[in-house]
Design a protein around this ligand. Structure first.
Ligand code: G6P
Length: 368
């Protein structure tokens, strides 16, 4: 097993560090002349053009990747996207149209029972199903109308890291492709977005160099009983993933909240005993985040801030800052997730937890 870990103390840390390679492996084969090309017959341009609404259905971390996908598709393509956890979708008698809808199923293992059931439900109603799956030949890959494989390689740690990143990358690529086919963006815009996306793996490499910083902050927060994550827009989707990573492996209770929603209840829980991790990478929402961060600091919270480099107003709010390299705001989830994963990892290690095999959890949930 030590050999399989490639010199890392845990699979999770190894897999976090494999993200740049996993991203390149997933993105490069789908890029032809700087434009996405999936080469899937069942998903011809004409079929892609016909979709007027998209459902994204998944569980756990894969569902969080779907939330980034929703934001990306709605932003570029301007069609409504709903994200649902599979165990809800399958029992809520969803309103599906076989003429207009596409159901995207996201799953690392391709075997999650609820996700597979959701796929079957959509297929039975004649709706086109597109699976984004990491395991070749898995049940979901076999049963979906079309498949886009992510190439993360085997993921051993129960807490998903590299599989999330490649799912998010695939959602971006799909959003760009759909926008291109539907002529919502020009060929030049398509190429610029693709070029920016292709630069992400190198930037992730740079973010990985901040691991010591994440370890230091983990040591500051390791004794907390509860931690809140706050963010807006894409940063809220990320907060959900950061919070899930932390709670599943460190057993610290954590929750993610849309920062603007704090005042409707959650803020009553903010005291000096409640550290807050603020994810604030989106320039358009910066001012709003600054005021939300001030609100929690006023109530005594110690704040760890995740933002882009050069945000002076932000930096001055707190002593605990993790800075990300500059990139298009649209793609920052792929960078920002890395410190959140590392923070969860180091916190769990410091607390003596079984990082790769957290209690009560399974890598693949094949029963309901
Ligand atoms: C389990 C795993 C999670 C994963 C979820 C969905 O809960 O522990 O890491 O996100 O299942 O799994 P899937 O294989 O469908 O992505």
């Amino acid at each position: 097993e030590a050999a399989e870990k490639g010199g890392y103390p845990h699979f999770m840390l190894k897999e976090i560090h494999e993200q740049p390679k996993a991203l390149v492996n997933t993105l490069s084969p789908r890029m032809v002349d700087g434009i996405p090309d999936f080469g899937i017959k069942a998903l011809s341009d004409d079929i892609l053009k016909s979709f007027k609404r998209i459902y994204i259905v998944a569980c756990g971390t894969a569902m969080h990747a779907g939330m980034v996908g929703k934001a990306a598709i709605e932003h570029l393509v301007r069609i409504p996207v709903e994200v649902d956890v599979a165990s809800e979708f399958r029992y809520r008698n969803p309103i599906l149209s076989k003429e207009d809808d596409l159901v995207i199923i996201i799953s690392q293992s391709g075997e999650t029972a609820d996700t597979l059931a959701a796929l079957r439900l959509a297929k039975d109603q004649g709706v086109h199903t597109l699976a984004i799956v990491n395991v070749v030949g898995s049940s979901i890959a076999r049963e979906a109308n079309s498949v886009l494989y992510t190439w993360a390689g085997p993921e051993i740690a129960v807490a998903s890291t590299k599989a999330y990143s490649v799912q998010v990358a695939m959602m971006y690529l799909f959003a760009i492709q759909l926008a291109h086919v539907k002529e919502m963006i020009s060929v030049d815009q398509t190429k610029i977005l693709c070029a920016e996306l292709m630069e992400i793996p190198q930037l992730v490499e740079r973010v990985l160099e901040t691991a010591d910083n994440c370890q230091f902050y983990a040591s500051k927060f390791q004794n907390a009983h509860d931690i809140f994550f706050i963010g807006r827009g894409l940063d809220y989707a990320l907060s959900l993933e950061g919070s899930l990573k932390l709670k599943e492996i460190s057993y610290i209770h954590s929750d993610a909240h849309p920062a603007g929603e704090l005042k409707h209840g959650t803020i009553s829980l903010i005291t000096e005993e409640m550290p807050v991790i603020a994810v604030a990478t989106q320039t358009a929402l910066m001012e709003k985040m600054v005021s939300n961060i001030k609100e929690v600091i006023t109530r005594g919270a110690k704040v760890l801030l995740l933002c882009k480099t050069g945000q002076d107003e932000m930096d001055q709010l707190t002593d605990y800052v993790i800075e990300l390299p500059k990139c298009n705001d649209f793609f920052t989830p792929l960078l920002a997730v890395v410190p959140l994963q590392l923070f969860a990892y180091y916190t769990a290690v410091l607390r003596g937890c079984d990082v790769d095999k957290p209690r009560n959890l399974a890598k693949s949930v094949t029963v309901e």
